[in-house]
Design a protein around this ligand. Sequence first.
Ligand code: AMP
Length: 196
Amino acid sequence: MNNIIFFGPPGAGKGTQAKLISESLNIAHLSTGDILRNKLLENDNLANELKEIMSAGNLVSDDILNSIVSTRLNKEVNKGFILDGYPRTLKQSDFLDKFLFATSNSINYIFNIQINFEILKHRILKRSTEEGREDDKIEVIETRYNEYLNSTQKVSDFYKDKYSDIYHEIDGSLQIQEITQKISQILKKSWKTANF
Ligand code: AMP
């Protein structure tokens, strides 16, 4: 089974890699950022509340995220999936672990895409001109990066300790194709080990 988590700071290229790998494995790509951005289009009270939180670069509440993810995962759990942008807090990782346990599933691969802040800033500002995302402004980037350092990195470190055998560090400063290649090699290598 291919149940995969991508970790990494905003702008590390998680979304790009998750999309490419999900297409090549033909599994669902669950980007919580994309799901939330789609919700914003509904323009109701919840959308307005989310917009305020997201455009400031803060994290949306765990309850909202856990509910979104469990609804989506219920559909994909037996087919394989990539989580991109979730879990971002220890409460979310706890919820995910319980959800997977209850559905007799587990995570098989974790990829942590690492990159330094200067390269990130440059990439995010480039993305802001290409995609026009509200939260890609220079003032917001620092808040998002700090949310990552204060919260998500702890979750990633927790998984690194707990599941060191399936946790893989990836150099995010490489070219997109090189990163995809490295991830694909890891996936292929462990399929081989599993087959022999
Ligand atoms: P992303 O596209 O993953 O950078 O997410 C964009 C924004 O959506 C984040 O800055 C948060 O405001 C919100 N968001 C996405 N995923 C989560 C999550 N797992 N927990 C809390 N907020 C999230």
